[in-house]
Design a protein around this ligand. Structure first.
Ligand code: PNS
Length: 165
């Protein structure tokens, strides 16, 4: 989908290799990809604040040419309209993601008929990855080097080390 803007939304608490994989694969498909930090009503306030999440995303996508990083405290459908986006890009890890993602995609389509949700299949090596798993492993001193972008590895370790016990 050329000549268009896509949005990669998420909580990114913190960004993982799974997120970076989806963002990297979206990059050549659109003129601009906006990675937007949003809140998820099903999750608590999180471990990292919005500024930290944005900073970690910026460091992780620095090598990609057409990525913008933003924050929005509101509905994704409204943000997509504000940015005149043509697509919302989400990663699907497993069937367990599907029902909830399908529900969100249909709700967003109802609220903003001008935006399509596109699902990219997560790469096999990232199937099991989640931000909460990364935080748990890091806080208990485990090795997260395969789970998060190298540029933010030390940020996460320094912040969460020893918080798990
Ligand atoms: O990384 P996550 O937590 O799976 O991302 C979910 C997120 C933040 C994209 C979703 O909760 C969301 O879109 N939040 C913004 C508020 C909104 O539009 N809610 C209605 C979605 S149907």
């Amino acid at each position: 989908m050329k000549n268009s803007i896509a949005i990669c939304p998420g909580s990114f608490d913190p960004i993982t290799m799974g997120h970076l994989d989806i963002i990297s694969r979206s990059s050549p498909m659109f003129d601009k990809v906006i990675v937007v930090v949003m809140s998820n009503v099903h999750k608590n306030s999180g471990s990292f604040n919005v500024e930290e999440r944005i900073e970690m995303i910026k460091k992780s996508v620095a090598h990609l040419p057409n990525i913008e990083v933003d924050y929005f405290d509101g509905l994704l459908a409204d943000y997509a309209a504000k940015k005149n986006a043509k697509a919302i890009v989400k990663g699907l890890r497993a069937m367990s993601d599907f029902e909830y993602e399908f529900q969100m995609a249909l709700t967003n389509k109802k609220l903003n008929p001008n935006v399509e949700t596109i699902f990219l299949t997560t790469s096999a090596e990232n199937m099991y990855l989640s931000s909460s798993m990364v935080k748990q492993v890091a806080s208990m001193g485990g090795d997260i080097s395969d789970f998060v972008p190298a540029a933010i590895h030390s940020d996460i370790i320094n912040r969460l080390k020893g918080k798990g016990r």
